[in-house]
Design a protein around this ligand. Sequence first.
Ligand SMILES: CC(=O)SCCNC(=O)CCNC(=O)[C@H](O)C(C)(C)COP(=O)(O)OP(=O)(O)OC[C@H]1O[C@@H](n2cnc3c(N)ncnc32)[C@H](O)[C@@H]1OP(=O)(O)O
Length: 398
Amino acid sequence: MSEYRIRPLETGEHREAWDLFRASLHVSPGSDEEWDRAALSHQQRRSVGAFGPGLIGTARSFDAELLVPGGAKVPLAAVTGIGVRAGWTRRGVLTSMIEAQLADFTERGIVAATLRATEGAIYGRYGYGIATHAQNVLVDRHRARLRPEVPPGGQVHVLDLGDAVPQWPELYAATGFTRPGAMTRPPVFWGGHESQVRRLSPFPRTAVHHSPAGVDGYLVYYVDRESTPVKLHVPGFHYTSPEAFAGLWRFLLSVDLVDEIALMYRPLGEPTSLLFTNPHTAKIETTHDETWLRLVDVPAALAARTYGVAEPVVLEVHDRMLPANDGRYRIGPGGVERTGVTADLELDVDTLAMLYLGEWRPAPLALAGRITGADEKTLARTETLFGTERNPWCGTDF
Ligand SMILES: CC(=O)SCCNC(=O)CCNC(=O)[C@H](O)C(C)(C)COP(=O)(O)OP(=O)(O)OC[C@H]1O[C@@H](n2cnc3c(N)ncnc32)[C@H](O)[C@@H]1OP(=O)(O)O
């Protein structure tokens, strides 16, 4: 018999689970005030606990939707808060909790699950693959000169936290849910988000960009006066037009008493350096994985997105944990169907997740041995089918 058992947590058990998660990250238990805010980010019936007999592990999620190539939305589980008590690690507790989560997601019709990984070696075995990347970018404010063709931008209004918080959901819905890989932010997200922003700074502000047609961008920023050089940090930045991108950059460059502007988790391909007369003004400091994706219902996920125009390919998908996904799928511009014909290429479900939003091209995946059986022409066709115009990006830190 197993030395622990897994079950859903009751609402009254969430705080203990939250403290366990913090302890697994070497953070002390939270105060009552912190918990009051963190409690808002716990959706009921979405946490699991491992008991052996006390609580020894936890994982939770909240319900959202994922924007897939072509513009459709699919039910998404945003997975977070995973921790196993010291002394109980490497005994299969996480594996059992993930199995319980995947069974629950399948039962509830969740099409995909997403998470941000603290360690890169853990989640591939459960069918999660790196589906989006992000970059941290640093701009030298004193060298920054905008090129003449950069649009003038519109009006920018600055809000303090108290005024911004009630407006964030509407601002994000209007400007942030744009690229493949983006996710909706349900009410349960915002409670946790406010705590996260408060932890970053006692005085975060929100700059909102207005064009004649209305709000088309916003960013959250704070200045760390204690740092040398003085840094203005931008943990969130969303826009829907070149005017808003430029207008918000003009605003950032106008903030006084700042030496450097540090942007976190920006999408790959965002042309920040091209705004400046000297592109070296903006340095990419790191490029890292942003979100990992697990296709829980492969047929539904494949059917939800659109494909480029190329001869169809037949993919053979292997899924060790959810065998209902195993099989061959014929994918073409007209859609997807299960088939019994010989496959053009084979891949595991984590690799399919890497292709799914358009982040990875098939040829490098084949080079690394993650796709097998395909010749160059098949890889090129697969690239045309799965490719997206812009790099996918989530842009939501949960
Ligand atoms: C989405 C998020 O919430 S990210 C936050 C994740 N949480 C943390 O990082 C907190 C600190 N770490 C922990 O609490 C735990 O070590 C966890 C949750 C990462 C892993 O829990 P465990 O119960 O030890 O995992 P479990 O025993 O099921 O291991 C499963 C497999 O993953 C491997 N694994 C687990 N953790 C790690 C790691 N940190 N690095 C490399 N491999 C790992 C195990 O070796 C095992 O491999 P095997 O199946 O080949 O033997």
